[in-house]
Ligand binder design. Structure first.
Ligand code: NDP
Length: 604
């Protein structure tokens, strides 16, 4: 996003004034900024802890505590943990234990079973290990049950169920110097030992609630989307929520989750009120069953090639062909088109080209609302006025049509949010909407420390807590290990490179971590630890680009991408990432592995 008020590249072809639009974006943003920032939210703890109960397991699970030893403990059974397990198995590591608080593998897809849940990045690039499992997703954007099943199949294929501890929460991991092992403490009384630990705690895992006055008073039925209560609504992830036919339902939030479940609520409820603070941008989806003809044409190696092609296209590269070619890459492709054959464009003009491409795309998305939503006031309220990537872009072919149903009402809070919750309903602009059921589609905690959101601390050499070390700022080598914490590996957004296709990032991290751990296990090494120098060098590399993501996002409408519009939070979603982009980051990792000397690691 360029800083200058006027554009220096040609904007005469636009059918709107880009400067006016930019000002409108700023006005829309400013009216949503709240001084409390992340503090506006209410944790799912204390009297709200029932919002995170696991509905998918039988109550009353018990087991004896474990005091045994394994080569590798993987914390987290979502895609990050599964991929680490898969790569470790490929590298010959046998003695692996996965720990997860859920009742099965799947991570995000274990918890998020709300109606309509679906991957929003193409399943042929989002779902990992497709060739290894000889599996082709049944549709272009697979639905949640299929992705959950795929997770379980990865665990089966790589024999990860054996030894796994489900329904187990890690409470602390502590390095025991005398035996060079980690001791893993859990809420089941375990004190198991592990030679190596890989942590894939997940990225958006802990549901949050809005701190709306009166939230504790609501007497009707209520739940968060990531713990959908099918006993109450009836139906399944495929919809058919028949128990709602005589219910007045309210949903707070209109983010990526709400966009997918609202069509099912609208279809089923006697009356649906959607309480909106900021509209999502909702572009076309065009989902389709996978074509058997297309499958026949796939050649070995197709999957990794497609995954890399998507990442390359999305991050400004120009592959021979944009293989995925869906709404994710439209803006990047349009910007590239504007820059083509214009070598004289300055860096600022290239930024302008990207901004203009985005303005055009968003105008197209707003125009689409007019073509679908019949009521003019509702249509206007559903238009998003911000850059497309300020929030998770949404793609859906039924969401907007839902507002044409006579039992569905959009309650626009004009950027201010719900005013108050009462025993019987929700108040917006002084009007009370009476409800039988109130659903929170209000997202997940972001912005705490790494150890804060994972729920446990990592106590390394000399009793030093990782939470304390990282309070001063993240400190890692390659984002995956930290000095003072030998044999301990992190997956996630820890000084690595963020991608829209999160499983791609996790797979590259898992491949790398498994390479290092397997080297340790297979060669009988005692400890592997990031050297202080290597860590310092990596932090310097990260700091060269520090703030670039924040600078970009600070102009955005508030949300979890930009610390709710507040600046200077070092623990924000995009803080401290490698600024060179994911492609370059993955190349650094593969070059490092190829070089072979495990440079930067102290090995004993
Ligand atoms: P989000 O954090 O994106 O959305 C939360 C919603 O709650 C926003 O619309 C927010 O409004 C609204 N809200 C919060 N407080 C209030 C309030 N006081 N009054 C009214 N509204 C309020 O959560 P989601 O669960 O939708 O999505 C989280 C992430 O999960 C996505 O960004 C995406 O990364 C991932 N996801 C992925 C999917 C996939 O891959 N298929 C599907 C769904 C989600 P405001 O915008 O104004 O803050």
């Amino acid at each position: 996003m360029a800083d200058s008020q006027q554009y220096s590249i040609d904007t005469s072809h636009l059918d709107f004034d880009p400067n006016e639009m930019r000002e409108k974006y700023t006005r829309e943003r400013d009216k949503r900024i709240r001084k409390e920032g992340f503090g506006q939210y209410q944790a799912t703890a204390g009297e709200f802890s029932n919002f995170i109960d696991d509905h998918y397991v039988e109550p009353g699970f018990t087991r004896e505590p474990l005091f045994d030893e394994v080569d590798v403990v993987i914390i987290g059974g979502g895609f990050g943990g599964l991929l680490t397990g898969a790569h470790l198995r490929e590298a010959g590591v046998k003695n692996i234990r996965v720990i997860d608080k859920a009742g099965d593998f799947g991570g995000t897809w274990y918890w998020n079973r709300y109606p309509g849940a679906q991957c929003d990045v193409e399943s042929f690039v989002y779902m990992p290990l497709l060739e290894e499992l000889d599996y082709i997703p049944s549709e272009r954007y697979a639905h949640a049950p299929e992705i959950l099943e795929h997770s379980k199949n990865i665990a089966k294929k790589y024999d990860l169920y054996k030894d796994t501890c489900f329904q187990t929460e890690v409470t602390e991991i502590r390095w025991d110097e005398s035996i060079s092992r980690w001791i893993i403490h859990t809420n089941r009384g375990d004190e198991m030992k592990a030679h190596f630990v890989a942590m894939s705690n997940g990225i958006l895992t802990r549901p949050k609630l809005p701190g709306i006055p009166g939230i504790e008073n609501f007497k009707g039925h209520t739940f968060h989307t990531s713990r959908w209560d099918y006993d109450y609504t009836g139906g399944s992830s495929a919809g058919e929520l028949t128990n709602l036919k005589d219910k007045r339902v309210g949903i707070i939030g209109t983010g990526a989750t709400a966009v997918q479940c609202i069509p099912h609520l609208g279809e089923a409820a006697k009356q649906l009120y959607v309480f909106q603070r900021t509209p999502s941008s909702v572009d076309v989806r065009k989902n389709a069953p996978t074509s058997p003809e297309w499958i026949k044409k796939l050649k070995p190696g197709w999957h990794q090639k497609r995954v890399e092609n998507f990442n390359f296209s999305l991050t400004g590269g120009e592959p021979d062909k944009d293989l995925v070619g869906d709404g994710w890459t439209d803006v990047a492709n349009a910007a590239k088109e504007m820059q083509r054959d214009k070598p004289s464009l300055s860096a600022d003009q290239k930024k302008e080209a990207l901004e203009i491409a985005d303005l055009k795309k968003m105008q197209e998305i707003r125009d689409r609302v007019n073509t679908i939503v019949q009521d003019k006031k509702t249509a206007e309220a559903l238009k998003a006025y911000y850059w497309q990537f300020c929030k998770r872009p949404c793609f859906h072919d039924e969401y907007l049509d839902t507002y044409n149903l006579s039992n569905v009402e959009l309650v626009d809070t004009l950027g201010q949010g719900v005013e108050r919750i009462t025993e019987t309903g929700v108040i917006v602009n002084g009007t009370e909407y009476e409800l039988d059921c109130l659903i929170f589609a209000t997202g997940f905690e972001v912005g705490g420390s790494y150890t804060g959101t994972s729920g446990y601390d990592v106590i390394g050499r000399d009793g030093a807590a990782l939470s304390k070390k990282w309070d001063e700022g993240l400190a890692t080598f390659h984002g995956m290990y930290s000095h003072g914490y030998p044999n301990c590996f992190f997956l996630g957004f820890t000084q690595t490179a963020v991608t829209a296709n999160v499983t791609h990032m996790l797979n590259e991290q898992a491949r790398h971590i498994a390479h290092v751990i397997a080297h340790g296990v297979n060669n009988g090494l005692s400890t592997i630890e990031a050297s202080q120098e290597a860590e310092k060098e990596w932090i310097d590399i990260i700091e060269q680009h520090s703030g670039s993501a924040e600078q970009l996002y600070i102009k955005c409408t508030p949300g979890y991408y930009n610390n709710e519009g507040a600046s200077g939070n070092r623990n924000g979603f995009f803080s401290g990432q490698f600024g060179g982009g994911p492609g370059k980051f993955f190349k650094i990792l593969s070059d490092w592995r190829d070089e072979g000397s495990l440079k930067g690691l102290d090995i004993n």
